[in-house]
Design a protein around this ligand. Sequence first.
Ligand SMILES: O=C(O)CCC(=O)C(=O)O
Ligand SMILES: [Fe+2]
Length: 230
Amino acid sequence: MLLHIPGVLDNAQLARFRQALEGAAWVDGRQTVGPQGAKVKDNLQLPEDSPLRAELGREVLAALAAHPMYFPATLPARTLPPRFNRYQGGGQYGFHVDGSVMAIAVAEGAPPVNLRSDVSCTLFLCGPDEYDGGELIISDTYGEHEVKLPAGDLIVYPSSSLHRVAPVMRGARLAAFFWVQSLVRDDGQRRMLFELDGAIQALTATGADPDAVLRLTGVYHNLLRRWAET
Ligand SMILES: O=C(O)CCC(=O)C(=O)O
Ligand SMILES: [Fe+2]
């Protein structure tokens, strides 16, 4: 499921993020990929251990937790602390598939745990007029989808899809990106749950028969109980 989640960060947050990232020390983005990815990746990232990455990443996670669409869309079990990237001067990331299993630190001194990437996320930090190119192009069974969203908006897409970022020929494209291990591994099941949740919310908001809404809510939870891996 390719899903656009608008308004994750507000203008004040975006202004702070942008100011902090403008002055940041960036490193070669190839540091976080294997040899295949490195052949097609040409961008910059905040260093893995950068305090700025940790601080802004926490703020992104807090904003996501407060957004009504994020939880039903992704059903997060584990999330990679967000990374931040920058493409400029023709920088791009050619077609690739994201790594399926990643190690994430959970607590200081504790051994890392594995995260299975089910959902890939990009949070756009620059508006579409600020740079030329830089579309995130996601290839699935319906063809190729070009995504270039307003600043503060998030795209979520299945980690199983091939995708690329087109060269940025003018300006700079700043984004946060991260992966989620979902409680529900299967994209089709997750999508049905999201649709069902949306329909229940809409019925509730329009004052539908509460008994029918309760029964549908029961179906939602019983499907989630059946499909969730915790
Ligand atoms: O910059 C983006 O939108 C996506 C980056 C990406 O695909 C990756 O780092 O694996
Ligand atoms: Fe990727």
